[in-house]
Ligand binder design. Structure first.
Ligand code: GTP
Ligand code: MG
Length: 250
């Protein structure tokens, strides 16, 4: 480990994107390590990563899981790996170029300089910064964030963002085995618990671009998990000792 920062990229069928995203990140002026968590993609995404590992032996890591188990569990596995490997800042990022690699540096600086638990690459910090989403999807995402704000009272514009930097202190404090949701709900739950544990959260405006290559994994099940999950989470947060309950260092 020659750097303090690790990017976790979960992949399922990203053979057409993975090479480009990895080389774009390694081309940045700051050094980031990368951990790809692949769920046995049938398009051999992992084989491409393995081949690239020969060019970046100490910077590029691969975790292979036997089958598609969801984005949330891929990140939890990645977070545990990052903790074992002493990284101070850990990122969540998609493989499909919706998240611009150039935004990694401002996200890193925002997290570090504000002693934040989390910095968020936010699509709704300055108006609506989404390119090429159909109107229906945009409205759904925008109202999802509004819904989360209404139910939880947490002042975050982009509650479902999947482009974030997390500090090691947060990951050490948060009980990762108690994170329940797996899809978009996972993103909301991470933010809610970070907030409940009292960590500062900073939103950095970014522009999100719809995927141009590869296939989407959005589904109705993910939506309903998040919809009900937010209410369930809010209710359980009303109990006494909630912060203790969600942390592993009382
Ligand atoms: N390991 C793993 N990665 C996943 C899984 N589901 C999605 N991903 C990856 O998570 C990232 C985000 O998924 P996307 O399919 O881009 O989801 P999205 O951004 O909501 O939808 P689109 O961009 O429209 O496809 C991508 O890098 C996916 O390859 C999964 O079950 N396991
Ligand atoms: Mg995407």
């Amino acid at each position: 480990m020659a750097t303090d920062a690790l990017i976790i990229i979960p992949t399922y069928k990203e053979a057409d994107n993975i090479r480009n995203i990895i080389t774009a990140i390694f081309g940045l002026p700051k050094q980031f390590d990368i951990l790809v968590v692949d769920d046995n993609s049938p398009d051999e995404t992992a084989a491409i990563v393995r081949e690239l590992q020969t060019s970046y032996p100490n910077q590029l890591f691969l975790m292979e899981r036997p089958g598609k188990m969801g984005l949330g569990t891929a990140y939890i596995a990645g977070f545990k790996w990052a903790l074992q490997h002493q990284y101070q800042f850990v990122f969540e990022m998609d493989a499909d170029f919706s998240h611009n690699p150039n935004d990694l540096i401002p996200l890193y600086e925002a997290c570090r300089d504000n002693q934040a638990g989390m910095s968020i690459g936010s699509r709704y910090k300055k108006g609506v910064a989404i390119v090429n989403w159909p109107l229906g999807r945009l409205l759904m995402s925008y109202f999802a964030s509004l819904y989360v704000r209404l139910i939880t009272r947490m002042d975050i514009r982009d509650a479902t963002a999947g482009f974030v930097c997390l500090s090691r202190t947060l990951l050490e404090k948060l009980d990762l085995d108690k994170i329940r949701m797996k899809g978009y709900g996972f993103q909301i739950e991470m933010k809610f618990k970070t907030w409940k544990l009292g960590f500062p959260i900073v939103e950095v405006p970014v522009i999100f671009i719809n995927r141009e290559i590869g296939t989407s994994k959005m589904s109705g099940g993910i939506f309903s998990e998040a919809f009900m999950g937010v209410i369930r989470m809010k209710i359980s947060s009303l109990r006494r000792n909630y912060a203790k309950h969600i942390s592993n260092r009382p």
